[in-house]
Write a protein that binds this ligand. Structure first.
Ligand code: AMP
Ligand code: MG
Length: 333
């Protein structure tokens, strides 16, 4: 290893075009080994609970539209347009109809806005641990997500004491149960800290960071307003305008780590929600047909693997938690 490497700052965006070299950096090698343990531990936990791992789709006629200002990538499919998965959520609903408890490690592409390169938490290519369970509530889903995080951290602590020490990370087993606050409580807290968040919208990145700095363990924000999320999060029948959904945030300023929900699976409601959010149901051919054929109610979530790795390893940026990282606007391997 070249001597000057010792002082390299791997969080520098200027190094991304040289990722074919920085992947060999001792810090990077430690992170990648820990990441392998993270994936193995998540699989171990889900498999012990009877979840079936499926191979993820990469392309398809439609993908998740609810991607906060990012653009979808497309490929030419014999003269027709296919989308590259921005999230495989619609395919999870297809799969639970067959198998009940499923997950995949799903590669996603989102052409995030150029600004996102500055957040240190947005990649253009990333992987979600994408989990779905039939006949489950969003509280079941939160418990499952918490169980995965706890098991993964335990395994990493068991197997990577030296790596964590060398990375300068003091990782603790998170205290359980993780705290749960509603979206309204989250907005109240932000306003108390002088941050003007809206009760009717998604919490902006900077707000999530601020909230996350107030906590020492991962925590949940649940019950987002209808305006904040896509057509597949279920609106609470008892509380119109409130969704049965959640985010999991990491503490220490790391911000959002997962999003999940109970699903709206009734075709006519999904069509109405699509229209209300400016989506054309005609573009969702197979998905609407699937819902009309009938799928069980379900709940699930997606945990970003690179963001989880960033939190566990205590890294400044998410691109230090990924081999060959792609970041908005940066042309790199
Ligand atoms: P979303 O459906 O947008 O909530 O994405 C689910 C999870 O995937 C998030 O909670 C993140 O952990 C991860 N994720 C989403 N977008 C990105 C991105 N651009 N870069 C890295 N991870 C992401
Ligand atoms: Mg999210």
């Amino acid at each position: 290893m070249p001597a000057e490497w010792e002082s390299l700052d791997l969080s520098s965006i200027d190094l991304l075009p040289k990722s074919y070299l920085t992947i060999r950096h001792p810090r990077m090698r430690r992170v990648l080994r820990i990441q392998a343990t993270i994936c193995a531990a998540a699989r171990e936990h889900l498999s012990s609970l009877g979840f079936v791992e499926l191979l993820p789709p990469i392309i398809g006629p439609v993908t998740d539209p609810g991607i906060r200002g990012a653009k979808q990538a497309t490929v030419d499919f014999y003269g027709r347009e296919y989308k590259v998965m921005s999230s495989a959520i619609l395919y999870k609903q297809m799969a639970i109809a067959a198998l009940g408890k499923v997950y995949f490690l799903s590669p996603n592409i989102r052409l995030e806005p150029p600004d996102s390169a500055k957040t240190g938490r947005h990649l253009v290519e990333f992987v979600q641990l994408d989990v779905e369970q039939a006949n489950a509530s969003y509280f079941d889903a939160m418990e499952l997500a918490e169980g995965i995080i706890a098991h993964v951290v335990k395994r990493v602590l068991e197997e990577h004491e030296e790596d964590l020490k060398e990375l300068g990370r003091e990782l603790k087993e998170p205290r359980r149960p993780f705290k749960k606050i509603t979206h309204k409580e989250a907005v109240d807290t932000l306003r108390e800290h002088g941050f003007e968040a809206s009760y009717q919208a998604e919490i902006p990145w900077e707000g999530e960071k601020l909230l996350s700095e107030l906590f020492e363990d991962p925590f949940f924000i649940h019950d987002y307003p209808k305006e904040a999320r896509g057509f597949y999060d279920l609106e609470d029948p008892e509380r119109p305008g409130v969704l049965r959904d959640f985010d999991m945030l990491y503490p220490e300023g790391y911000g959002e780590g997962a999003s999940g929900a109970e699903r709206e699976h009734r075709a006519e409601r999904v069509i109405a929600r699509m229209k209300a959010t400016g989506e054309n149901p005609a573009n969702y051919g197979w998905y609407i047909e699937l819902l009309k054929a009938g799928v069980p109610p379900s709940a699930g979530f997606g945990i970003g693997v690179e963001r989880l790795t960033r939190y566990i390893c205590g890294l400044k940026t998410v691109w230090e938690a990924r081999p060959y990282p792609k970041v908005a606007g940066v042309y790199s391997p």
